[in-house]
Ligand binder design. Structure first.
Ligand code: NQM
Length: 357
């Protein structure tokens, strides 16, 4: 840990991970004490401030994210990845969710920092998601022993193309449906609670007076909608075992409607206050798994295919998630997912913290 984060700074890499952007740190470069770490990260990211003008944050939850990476002590696991959601206009740092988009940058970052050796043309990194306990495997190109960010893979929501990163997530020992029911009634609405890597609640867009193809800005301009969705979220929190979620960023709320562009289902995700400009990777995995379960919200209109990845439609395109769902001998549903993302190293250097919050 650097002695003076204001004058000497803290070693930091900025990366785009999928459709999000964040500051990546090696755990040893940050204070060990979680309160001191969080206070320092707020000062580095420029929170609380709606513009995060005096810090690295990008003034939106999707660009106010931090990844903390360390060598893992867990057998068979290379690195531990702790995700921290940094509040934009509030001085909050939350460990209650993970982020599948920043996950895309973890493997390359671990190689860049020498936490994991690159192996041949492609390197496989086994990652423990500290926030959820789930295990992910990332495979990415490392020609000549260095991550290569250039490639032909396009993902919707990001201009251009970059190198392909394959992410496999096994949340297999956790039940997909925390209540055991395909649908529950919450605050007068049919709701499916499902967790295939990210806890989400599936709601029918039409139940909320929404067609399902509105822009995030249009949806955010309707305070009545935000209030109605939040009421269901507060009711869902304890059913996931999260208690009062008023100050938490999970579960995510997904309005689903029939697909428009040849995909499986159309989504608009409340994360939970802002509406996502695309869709989280793990959210897509949870949606793709949820709509495959008979009786779940969306299962009646989703165009589920027997083979191949599920294209989940979102405001800026589609996110393809290959999910496997199955019932065990007791009838409990479990799931896994595979997705393709890209990531890019944007900046590597030293971040200087504001002297005080
Ligand atoms: O669901 C945003 C993102 C996410 C989450 C959020 C994510 C995922 O798109 O896998 O990545 O939930 O705030 O970065």
């Amino acid at each position: 840990m650097v002695a003076d984060p204001v004058r000497d700074g803290v070693r930091c890499m900025l990366m785009r991970g999928g459709t999000s952007k964040g500051a990546y740190f090696v755990a040893d470069d940050l204070p060990e004490d979680p309160d001191a770490r969080d206070e320092l990260l707020l000062r580095i990211m420029g929170s609380p401030d709606p513009r995060q003008i005096d810090g690295l944050g990008g003034a939106h939850p999707l660009t106010s994210k931090v990844a903390v990476v360390s060598r893992s002590t867990e057998p068979g696991i290379d690195v531990d990845y702790l995700f921290l959601q940094i509040g934009v206009d509030e001085p909050t740092v939350s460990t209650r969710q993970t982020c599948g988009n920043l996950l895309a940058g973890i493997g390359p970052f671990a190689v860049e920092r020498g936490l994991v050796p690159a192996v041949d043309e492609a390197t496989t990194v086994r990652i423990r998601l500290v926030n959820t306990g789930d295990i992910a495997t990332a495979v990415f190109a490392t020609p000549g022993g260095r991550p290569d960010y250039d490639g032909d893979e396009a993902i919707d929501g990001v201009p251009g193309t970059a190198a392909r990163i394959e992410l496999e997530l096994g949340a297999a020992d956790k039940p997909l449906l925390p209540t055991g029911n395909p649908t529950d009634e919450l605050d007068g609405h049919a709701a499916t609670l499902v967790d295939n890597g990210m806890p989400v609640v599936l709601l029918r867009a039409e139940d909320f007076g929404v067609a399902g193809d509105e822009s995030p800005a249009e949806l955010e301009s309707r305070p009545d909608l935000a209030t109605a969705v939040e009421r269901v979220r507060l009711a869902a929190g304890p059913l996931f075992g999260f208690g009062d979620v008023a100050d938490q960023t999970v579960p995510k709320m997904i309005l689903v409607s029939p697909p428009r562009n040849g995909g499986v289902v159309s989504t608009r995700a409340f994360i939970p206050k802002r509406v996502h400009t695309a869709l989280g990777v793990l959210m897509a995995a949870s949606v793709a798994a949820g709509v495959r379960i008979p009786g779940a919200v969306g299962s009646d209109f989703a165009r589920v295919r027997a083979q191949g990845p599920s294209d989940i439609e979102h405001p800026t395109g589609v996110l393809a998630s290959a999910v496997h769902v199955a019932q065990d001998a007791d009838g409990v549903w479990h799931g896994t997912s595979t997705s393709v993302r890209t990531a890019r190293k944007l900046f590597d250097g030293v971040a200087f913290a504001r002297p005080r919050l």
